[in-house]
Write a protein that binds this ligand. Structure first.
Ligand code: N01
Length: 548
């Protein structure tokens, strides 16, 4: 057995070294629980390690998309732009790993393939793809919500003789587009960020669009030192206020209703937000995501913007979404619509007839062969459940997670699963996660889990398992909250519509961070209500014995 495998006693194993796994390790150390992180990649950073495509950056402002657990870290780190690039976020993750001395407990190049709960020892037994074994009483899945790329099922893809790259697994050395004919398949966030950059480098870019997406300008800027200093001076207050927002982002959120606002005033407000840039556009009115007529006022505004930017009226029409704005994740761009005014960019609409096939030299759509040298798949992810289900997870009595989630994910609080004791998910399905700023959502989960494990240790509890009743009640509540938002009725990765055969269920919790956090805190305060706790069988109770 390799030195990186068994051979030390871990109380907990954390799968994934993205922002969730890094902070989980730090927090467990703080409460005196021995843990290690097992990471598939040869570096840390999770999605920010893998998504190196041109133009990749966060669409939440850098000063908000960052850890808040350490006021010192918050003061030391200087974000250079309003929206941080992938490279800057990755260097921040690496800085955090060094600053908190995390690397000595991170095992890289370790893709976990199997996790099995051993009833006899009440431990989880993990096996990596290359056969190494790990064992601990608890496992914490920090595997990410958007970390399993989906490759489209297009005939002939493997016969293409040029380069094919997925935005979610971009080569570390980059891709040289100079002088090349490039195809981008997909028009979601990843495509919308990469298309303007690729278009500037490539000889020709052909974009294959199945469904147009709404995008608002980012208005990214270099952060002036005075602005950053102003934020840092009141960082704690800003963070506290952000936690009161359903999304965990300190947006300029209005409580006014779009339909109760005079049209001229409403247009001015949309224009103000369009000029300001960013996702705050959707916070102009409180009914945009719940009322179709209200939503139409916002989507009409953006469609008019598209018509005003894109010079070719037919192209503008093809780029204009017909669905409610925000039902799919709103995109934020740096010159996306403007890119279609370039001579070297072609938009191919594959909404009525899918791409027919890919040949050695290009892509056939509507009977026309588009010859290209490089294909970029910006085709998205098997969201929320993909990373958990690709591991063969077996709980009590040989029950597998794949079997239990055959009709869609079922969790208690998005944190735990009935029949899978001592397993926790960070930002799992049924938690606010992807509808929010991921960083504060991750921190809330990590802190809850660490407090829970410390409490179990202190009271010599060996196992914790969500009850079926608590899980059923939580899933009913998740569905009830989902029914209030337009997001649940449209096709998107939120409901699994982008993966053929995936059961349709609105996976995240739409009730917002404050309500969710309060529920989690109450569950803990009531002695982990909705969980069954069982005393530890061994004398030491919680900690694994060091192997002889
Ligand atoms: O993926 P997507 P993404 N033929 O699923 C199309 C986060 N993110 O990687 O809509 C043709 O949104 C598909 O078409 P359709 C963010 O949360 C964040 O862009 O299914 N087209 C769609 O246009 C985001 O929402 C940042 O009809 C095909 C596209 O591919 C999430 O990640 C940056 C096809 C996939 O869009 C996912 O974004 C980037 C086919 N066979 C991403 N198959 C930040 O800024 C699929 N498509 C933080």
């Amino acid at each position: 057995m390799s030195a990186a495998g068994a051979g030390r006693g871990d109380d907990a194993l954390i799968v994934g070294a993205g922002f969730a796994g890094l902070y989980m390790l730090h927090r467990l150390r703080q409460v005196g629980i021995r843990a290690r992180v097992l990471e598939a990649g040869d570096g840390i950073g999770g999605v920010w390690f893998w998504n190196r495509y041109p133009g990749a950056r966060c669409d939440i402002e850098s000063t908000q998309y960052s850890y808040q657990f350490s006021p010192d870290l918050e003061q030391e780190w200087c974000w250079s732009e309003r929206y941080a690039s992938q490279a800057e976020i990755l260097s921040y993750a690496n800085h955090v790993a060094d600053r908190f001395d995390l690397r000595r407990d991170i095992v890289l190049q370790t893709r976990i393939a199997q996790a099995r709960f051993d009833e006899r020892t009440q431990t989880w037994q993990l096996r990596s793809q290359d056969g190494r074994q790990f064992s601990a009483r608890f496992i914490i899945m920090a595997t990410g919500c958007l970390s399993v790329p989906t490759w489209p099922e297009i005939a002939g893809l493997s016969s293409f003789s040029g380069e094919v790259h997925h935005t979610g697994t971009w080569p570390r050395e980059g891709v040289n587009f100079a002088g090349k004919r490039v195809a981008v398949i997909g028009t979601g966030s990843s495509a919308i960020q990469s298309i303007p950059v690729i278009a500037r480098e490539a000889r020709h870019l052909t974009v294959f669009q199945r469904t147009p997406a709404y995008s608002v300008p980012a208005r990214n800027i270099k952060l002036p030192p005075s602005v950053l200093a102003g934020i840092k001076a009141i960082y704690r207050q800003l963070r506290a206020r952000a936690k009161q927002m359903p999304t965990g982002v300190l947006f300029d959120s209005s409580t006014a209703k779009a339909l109760e606002t005079p049209p001229a005033l409403r247009e001015r407000e949309y224009e103000r937000r369009w000029r300001r840039g960013g996702l705050t556009f959707l916070s102009a009115y409180c009914d945009i995501l719940t009322d179709r007529d209200a939503n139409k006022t916002a989507s009409d505004f953006v469609r008019a913007k598209i018509r005003s930017i894109v010079k070719d009226a037919a192209v503008a029409e093809r780029l204009s979404p017909k669905t409610p704005i925000g039902a799919k994740r709103l995109c934020v761009d740096l010159g996306y619509y403007e890119t279609f005014n370039r001579e070297n960019v072609t938009l191919v609409d594959v909404s009525s007839a899918p791409i027919e096939r890919i040949t050695a030299t290009g892509i056939i759509a509507q009977g026309t062969l588009h010859e290209v040298d490089i294909i970029v798949l910006a085709t998205g992810f098997d969201a929320m459940t993909g990373a958990l289900l690709r591991i063969d997870i077996e709980g009590r009595n040989g029950v597998t997670l794949r079997r239990r989630w055959h009709d869609g994910p079922r969790t208690y609080l998005g944190l735990a699963v009935h029949e899978f004791p001592n397993l926790f998910t960070i930002t799992g399905p049924g938690s606010p996660s992807v509808l929010t700023n991921m960083l504060p959502s991750i921190e809330q989960h990590v802190e809850w889990i660490a407090d829970c494990l410390a409490a179990l240790r202190d009271s010599r509890i060996g196992s914790i398992e969500a009850t079926a009743e608590a899980q059923n009640a939580w899933m009913a509540h998740v569905a009830e909250e989902a029914s209030k938002t337009l997001r649940a009725s449209e096709n998107s990765w939120y409901v699994g519509a982008n993966v053929p055969g995936k059961p349709r269920i609105f996976m995240p919790y739409a009730g917002g961070i404050p309500k969710y956090t309060q529920t989690c805190d109450e569950v803990a305060a009531r002695g982990y209500e909705g969980f069954v706790l069982e005393p530890a069988a061994t004398a030491t109770g919680f900690l694994e014995e060091e192997p002889a």
